[in-house]
Ligand binder design. Structure first.
Ligand SMILES: Cc1cc2nc3c(=O)[nH]c(=O)nc-3n(C[C@H](O)[C@H](O)[C@H](O)COP(=O)(O)OP(=O)(O)OC[C@H]3O[C@@H](n4cnc5c(N)ncnc54)[C@H](O)[C@@H]3O)c2cc1C
Length: 388
């Protein structure tokens, strides 16, 4: 079987790309290891989706199909340093509707999956995994683990941070584990959150509370691996109390809604995201610390950029040509590098011990307070985050 494009990995980035190619005159195969399912109750894996990506998802016919009762707008953001640093953002002050939308991962994933299932130019291979690939000048040959074989003009690796495609193509990646876990959990709160996201920098630990509809929040706590493992062993009562304490009981008593989950955190950047006949998108190309909440936002923008390049190319042009794929790579390089650098620098700045007399402690907290007094800089930061 021959198709124009094979996408390996039907996570959010890969499926969004397939959906964005709906109107392309290209045949697409999507290879995914497991069928997505909707989490019962409230998914602990949630994303802060930027307005730019809400717009992208709207443009591919997904956003307006999501259950509005499960979406929460973030209108305010309060960030606290480890001494007296404080930074506040408000959608109202920046003249916009919302800073971000909080959305469950499985809600988005299932909507994208339902859409791609109905798409005439896409064939789904799921559950299936690639077993071998060969790239030559004219095409890529992919063999699946069930023995089926297909060829394509362009292979897209959207198979996450441990990308099989990236490794099989021999593309080297810069990898730096943070020795931290991202612990995620949802809580019912005693007090209303007023559509506010909170973030506390406590040395290298970063605790984020993101508002969910009703009196509920979703937590992402980036915490050193060992204490993180201890944390998830706690019973529901102790776990809730510890989270409540770091957040200075800002929303009163917290009640854990379901068992927490934990993910190891790392910085990863593929040395190149495009070569002839192959391109990497989403976490296969770059993984970022969750403190900026930008991982999948970068992945969606990769999908949007690649789809754009493929949709706009002349019909005669080979969709695996290096010149074409480099156009996409150039368009994405700067933003990915900027966000990885900013989040990594922030992480390092707050990683230094929280001795109130140490100079870096003053720098990071004064920096927050100074930024908070500069409406133009704050506006710039908001507008950059909205567009990413
Ligand atoms: C704790 C935590 C909190 C986060 N919070 C946020 C946030 O608030 N906002 C945000 O934007 N980002 C956040 N992120 C980052 C975000 O989760 C990732 O950037 C995003 O999931 C990447 O999507 P992806 O589709 O590129 O990869 P993945 O989600 O990893 O999807 C890869 C897909 O490929 C499939 N696959 C893998 N290997 C194969 C194979 N060999 N064959 C077939 N299929 C395969 C997998 O089954 C999966 O479906 C967070 C990350 C963590 C760890």
């Amino acid at each position: 079987m021959h198709v124009d494009v094979i996408i390996v990995g039907g996570g959010l980035a890969g499926t969004a790309l397939a959906v964005a190619l709906r109107s392309a005159k290209l045949s697409v195969a999507l290879v995914e290891g497991k069928v997505p399912t909707r989490t019962a109750g409230w998914d602990a894996r949630i994303y802060a989706i930027s307005p730019a990506n809400a717009h992208f998802l709207e443009s591919i016919g997904i956003w307006s199909h999501l259950d509005r009762a499960r979406l929460q707008a973030v209108e305010h953001m309060s960030i606290y340093g480890d001494t007296d640093g404080r930074l506040q953002f408000s959608a109202y002050d920046s003249g916009i509707g919302e800073l971000a939308w909080i959305c469950e991962s499985s809600l988005l994933q299932c909507e994208l999956w339902e859409s791609v299932k109905r798409q005439a130019n896409v064939q789904l291979f799921c559950p299936a995994r690639p077993a071998a690939m060969t790239i030559n000048a004219d095409q890529v040959t992919l063999q699946l683990d069930d023995g089926r074989q297909m060829t394509c003009a362009l292979l897209v690796g959207a198979d996450g941070a441990d990308s099989w495609v990236r490794q099989s193509a021999g593309i080297d990646a810069i990898q730096r584990p943070y020795d931290q876990l991202g612990v995620v959990a949802n809580f019912e709160t005693e007090k209303p959150h007023d559509n506010t996201a909170f973030q506390w920098f406590r040395g290298s630990d970063v605790l984020a509370w993101l508002p969910l509809p009703g009196k509920r929040i979703s937590m992402v706590w980036s915490i050193a691996t060992e204490p993180g493992r201890d944390l998830i062993q706690c019973d529901a009562e102790e776990f809730s109390q510890r989270v409540e304490q770091v957040g200075a009981a800002r929303l009163g008593k917290l009640s854990l809604m379901a068992a927490p989950a934990a993910f190891p955190l790392r910085l990863m950047r593929a040395r190149q995201s495009a070569q002839a006949r192959l391109v990497l998108i989403g976490d296969a190309a770059h993984a970022i610390h969750p403190l900026s909440g930008h991982g999948i936002n970068l992945g969606f923008q990769d999908a949007a950029s690649l789809a754009d390049v493929l949709l706009q190319k002349p019909e005669y042009q080979d969709c695996g040509s290096l010149a074409l794929l480099r156009r996409h790579e150039r368009a994405r390089k700067e933003e990915v590098l900027a966000l990885q650098t900013v989040t990594d620098t922030l992480h390092r700045l707050f990683q230094a011990p929280a001795d109130p007399l140490a100079p870096w402690v003053s720098v990071r907290n004064i920096g927050m307070n100074v930024t908070n007094q500069l409406p133009l800089l704050k506006d710039l930061l908001v507008r950059y985050a909205l567009a990413s």
